[in-house]
Write a protein that binds this ligand. Structure first.
Ligand code: UDX
Length: 436
């Protein structure tokens, strides 16, 4: 079986690397020639644990990379589309890349007798496959779906930081299709890939599309919920959000995952998908009161950090403040919608002197703040002369910091937004989100 994956961003590259490393004949396609040449040399464009080694093994075995969509459509049994669907200017979903790629696939289909299934993996709002993808494919190929080619919608649930693990061990595979033959071809592929151990759900296009948004908005709801309870704990001496979360998580109706209170969710998915889901609900005539509250709770969470800081050090003017952790989560260099970046912006507005540390995300952060803040490779240097340190990302490097690292702080104030620092034996003034 020959597989093509068009769009070598986070999802596409992880998928291509995993399939190639398992010996599948894979063609990874991206229009960005520079990207293709870097990936061809075994290097991804972002940090993701295990990705580079998986990619190298895939390239040695059976992964080829190219910019030729024609080749993919002519030769492959399945063409996965994993292009980005970023936020549009109007706060909705931008389908420019999707439309362009699907049009090119359609034109290629018109020139071949091959009948691949075109599998939409990018996150798209319900009815996009039916109302946008299908007409473009049929018009440009001058063929009918189900006869000249197939279409399926197959949302992706992998997380950054564990992308390779998640691709190898998904909790579910969802296949949306309106023609049984295409759905079964995709199912057969996944059954073989996961040795029939992963549950596969077959549904229609729009349900598959909605499942992805419902999944992400439910997870975001869990996070905002626990953050709100954490804020209650904050005002109640003697309470600790982690104790509360642990026990409510034991109720099987609630479940223990995604109950870690913190500075709010960030990243390339939750904030964007929540916005889109809210706009989509309004479009279909449903008032998204709950989703809006989830989003608002998330937006306001950064203010909790600011007010804790003000309680500790007063005005920020000219004071040195250290931010530990810039990426939106650990094991990632991604700073998209990271609350750390939002916090730095707010602190700069109040003239704080900021020094930052992160094991992986410094280079990305430099593109935003340039010389407006200081960057440090060493945690100890980052803390030197600082009046307040804020742990923003739960990197393992921040869990067991020794007393020595804090010795040269001007005032030994530490705010731990994730409650990860083992602080009991440290000579610091410790404060954390969610501890009363
Ligand atoms: C998310 C979804 O989990 C994944 O299924 C989807 O495919 C893409 O979006 P990702 O954004 O990579 O994945 O990371 P995730 O682990 O979900 O974390 C998102 C944000 O929520 C991070 O900022 C994280 O720190 C925060 N978070 C997560 C919490 O604050 N508390 C939690 O309990 C879990």
């Amino acid at each position: 079986m020959k597989i093509a994956i068009i769009g070598l961003g986070f999802v596409g590259l992880s998928f291509a690397a995993v399939l190639g490393s398992k010996g599948y004949s894979v063609l990874g396609i991206d229009s960005d020639k520079k990207k293709i040449s870097k990936i061809g040399s075994g290097k991804s464009l972002f940090y993701e644990p295990k990705l580079d080694e998986t990619l190298k093994s895939a390239l040695k075995k059976s992964l080829k990379v190219s910019s030729d969509i024609d080749l993919a459509v002519r030769q492959c049994d399945m063409v996965f589309v994993t292009v980005g669907t970023p936020e549009s200017k109007e706060g909705y979903i931008d389908l420019t890349m999707m439309k362009q790629v699907v049009k090119e696939i359609g034109i290629s289909l018109s020139k071949t007798n091959n009948k691949p299934v075109i599998v939409i993996k990018s996150t798209v709002v319900p009815r996009t496959t039916q109302d946008v993808v299908k007409p473009i494919l049929e018009k440009n190929s001058r063929k009918k779906v189900g006869i000249g080619f197939g279409i399926a919608m197959n949302p992706e649930f992998l997380r950054e930081g564990t992308a390779i693990y998640d691709t190898l061990n998904p909790h579910i595979v969802v296949i949306g299709s309106d023609d049984v033959v295409s759905a079964n071809r995709v199912k057969k592929f996944y059954d073989e890939l996961y040795k029939r151990k992963t549950q596969i759900i077959i549904t229609n296009y729009q349900t598959a599309e909605l499942i992805k948004y419902a999944n992400n908005s439910f997870l975001a709801t869990k996070i905002s919920f626990i953050n709100q309870i954490a804020n209650i704990c904050q005002s109640m001496p003697g309470t600790n959000i982690d104790d509360v979360a642990e026990v409510i998580g034991l109720d099987p109706r609630i479940g223990s995952l995604f109950l870690k209170a913190g500075p709010g969710y960030g990243g390339s998915c939750f904030p964007k998908d929540m916005k889109t889901m809210i706009a989509f609900s309004k479009k279909v005539g449903t008032d998204p009161v709950l989703l809006e509250a989830v989003q608002q709770t998330n937006t306001l969470q950064v203010n909790k950090i600011i007010s804790l800081m003000k309680n500790m050090i007063g005005k920020f003017d000219g004071k040195k403040i250290t931010i530990l952790g810039l990426s939106f989560k650990e094991d990632s260099d991604d700073i998209r919608e990271s609350v750390s970046i939002k916090l730095i912006r707010l602190l700069l507005r109040e003239n704080a002197a900021i020094t930052v540390h992160d094991p992986k995300a410094i280079e990305n952060t430099k593109t935003i703040f340039k010389a407006k803040i200081r960057y440090s490779d060493s945690i100890r240097d980052a803390l030197k002369d600082s009046q307040c340190a804020i742990i923003m990302t739960p990197w393992k490097q921040y869990k067991n910091l020794p007393n020595n690292d804090f010795q040269k702080m001007k005032r030994k104030f530490v705010i731990d937004t994730r409650r990860i620092l083992k602080h009991e034996n440290l000579a610091i003034k410790y404060n954390a989100l969610g501890i009363g």
